[in-house]
Design a protein around this ligand. Sequence first.
Ligand code: ADP
Ligand code: MG
Length: 256
Amino acid sequence: MAGLTLRGIHKAFGDTAVLNDIDLDIADGEFLTLVGPSGCGKSTLLRIIAGLESQDRGSVSIGGTSVDHLRPHERRIAMVFQNYALYPHMSVFDNIALPLTMTRLNLFERLPLMRQLSPRRRRVMDGIAREVRAVAEQLRIESFFHRRPGQLSGGQRQRVALGRAMVRHPQAFLMDEPLSNLDAKLRVHMRGELTELHARLGATMIYVTHDQIEAMTMSDRLAVMDHGNILQLGTPAEVYERPATTAVAQFIGSPA
Ligand code: ADP
Ligand code: MG
């Protein structure tokens, strides 16, 4: 199925190794959370899985098939960033539709002039609009399709970023501290929404957070990282009750 496998992922920037031969097996539909101190390599690992960064050695597979040769949009993996990375000059609709228009319209059809002139473009866009609406309904964001990201609240922007990830129906979602820019109340609310979304979509999730409560309550398993290594991998209860090292205990806040 659509489980994710990392084998010997190694990455250095200059002389500094930031990922040391990471091996990790994530089951189809699993919610795996990466935690660890700032700079330990969490974002770099997500970026490599998404194809936004290339590893020096090692391999990423989905469903047993290597995706190393595939470009980001060719991998059935969607990433949601901490800062949402929405295009400020584009409407909510266009932001969500972008992954589909980029793959289904050719360069020529993407020219504004072609909006009126190309019947094929119109047919493709009708299909895309249906798919965008279906995702937007799930996230309850249809009412501000025509706004720009700058006219939205943090929570609304977060939903648009989720919509842009969902519209591709990816096999895996990668989320890099997706709630860290929200206020405390909204964060609690969105935790519940993400958990529900994960259950509903049944997609594999790799989630990065600094928030202990998110890590302990949302995850099937936790991977605790430090200096480019996975120190411990286990259920939240296992990691909390039986930390493998004092570094894990300190980071997780286990009783001494
Ligand atoms: P985390 O997300 O766990 O905070 P990162 O993966 O962002 O950590 O970074 C891991 C290390 O790699 C850090 O020391 C960071 O400074 C370094 N790093 C990340 N991206 C680059 C880059 N493009 N060029 C050089 N160093 C980088
Ligand atoms: Mg990071």
